[in-house]
Design a protein around this ligand. Structure first.
Ligand code: NAD
Ligand code: DAU
Length: 329
């Protein structure tokens, strides 16, 4: 199988590329190598071809798609806080980029898998026991989640109107190696490794549903193998934790006092709770997560960041300066 992976130099995309190669796929990565990319994550896979280019550029995308049987679309601007500061790149990459890919697969007949997020469903109240399902209404809150919601709508419309063979998945919060230090867990781990304190938005009562990135990759591969075009699958591993729970776990794992964190300015429009019901993916396609224990996963990730300081150190100070400018440091 010849697979084109957009955003394959990013946090999740690179993990998926490793998974796909291990499954015997011939992989090409299309990635613009923005600030969020980690080409180092592909260094151990010399058989993977890397094309540096913009998913919103039809002149790059069309010929490349024509050479592949399957396209797996990860490329996106992915950080909510950045979308609040400057939404423009989110509209271009997440909406125009998805449109550009759809036009290309429409012409070539390649199969598409579109990688999306649980944030398209908005948030749940902290005291609401419900979880998101494939039938939950779309209610995105931020420019990032609205752009992802729009991209999902485009994929479904191209399926119905033009017969594009596409599957979609909406996954919960990922953690694991190679995640940029702007994101919650790597930011707190690297603060702690530097002897500093975790920075918690608002009260820290918000809930995220954590999944190890390797489980996300395996789920996407399962959908490629057994998913039905036109269908959507929610991906989650029953990993709900408050942000304060996560911070206190990291503090404990690093031998620090459980209250040794700072509350900082909240994120405007901060979504309260995400929670995924992944019954459809488990029952219909037989997927199950392998990393059920978030605490054990976090211990591994701490060790990984300790061992990869040469990778994150060059961008840490600049990332923290951007947070400081917003009163979040
Ligand atoms: P990331 O920000 O780490 O990586 C994004 C990658 O896309 C980078 O390598 C970047 O260079 C590339 N890219 C950005 N703009 C591009 C463009 N115009 N053309 C080509 N490449 C471009 O993101 P991530 O966390 O790995 O997320 C990957 C996908 O998974 C996104 O679509 C995101 O919405 C989705 N997702 C993420 C999570 C999560 O917890 N991180 C959860 C669910 C879904
Ligand atoms: O749910 C899936 C989504 O998860 C993906 O679609 C996004 O691409 C991904 O970035 C992530 O979005 P979140 O906004 O949930 O992730 P983030 O890591 O930015 O923040 C997680 C939680 O931690 C959120 O409640 C905000 C909070 N937070 C974040 C940072 C960076 C803090 O309390 N302090 C921080 O310093």
């Amino acid at each position: 199988m010849r697979v084109l992976v957009t955003g394959g130099a990013g946090f999740i995309g690179a993990n998926f590329v490793e998974h796909a190669v291990a499954q015997g796929a011939e992989v090409t990565v299309l990635d613009l190598l923005t600030y969020a990319a980690s080409p180092d994550a592909l260094a151990a896979l010399p058989q993977v071809r890397l094309v540096v280019g913009d998913v919103a550029d039809a002149a790059v995308v069309e010929p490349l798609v024509a050479e592949h049987d399957v396209v797996v679309h990860f490329a996106a601007e992915s950080h909510n806080d950045n979308s609040l500061r400057d939404p423009g790149p989110f509209i271009r990459t997440n909406l125009v980029g998805t449109f550009t890919l759809l036009e290309a697969v429409r012409r070539t007949g390649a199969r598409l898998h579109h990688v999306s997020t649980d944030e398209v469903y908005g948030d749940l109240a902290l005291d609401d026991p419900a979880r998101f399902t494939e039938d939950s209404p779309y209610r995105p809150s931020s420019p990032y989640s609205a752009s992802k919601a729009g991209s999902d709508h485009l994929v479904r419309a191209w399926g119905r109107s033009f017969g594009v063979r596409a599957t979609l998945s909406n996954c919960s919060n990922n953690y694991g190696p190679w995640q940029h230090v702007e994101k919650f867990i790597p930011r707190q781990i690297t603060n702690l490794l530097d002897g500093g304190r975790p920075k918690v938005y608002g009260t820290g009562a918000q809930v995220r549903d954590w999944i190890h990135v390797a489980d996300h990759s395996a789920a996407v591969w399962t959908i490629l193998e057994r998913g039905v075009p036109g269908e959507t699958y929610l991906i989650g591993a029953d990993g709900e934790r408050t942000n304060l729970d996560i911070v206190r776990t990291l503090l404990r794992l690093l031998g620090r006092d459980a209250e040794d964190y700072d509350l900082v300015a909240d994120r405007p429009g901060h979504d309260q709770r995400y929670a995924i019901d992944s019954t459809k993916l488990r029952r219909e396609l037989g997927w199950t997560p392998r990393f059920a224990d978030v605490e054990a996963g976090l211990a591994d990730v701490i060790a990984w960041y300790r061992g990869h300081e040469d990778w994150w150190r060059p961008v840490k100070a600049g990332t923290e300066a951007a947070y400081a400018a917003r009163g979040q440091a």
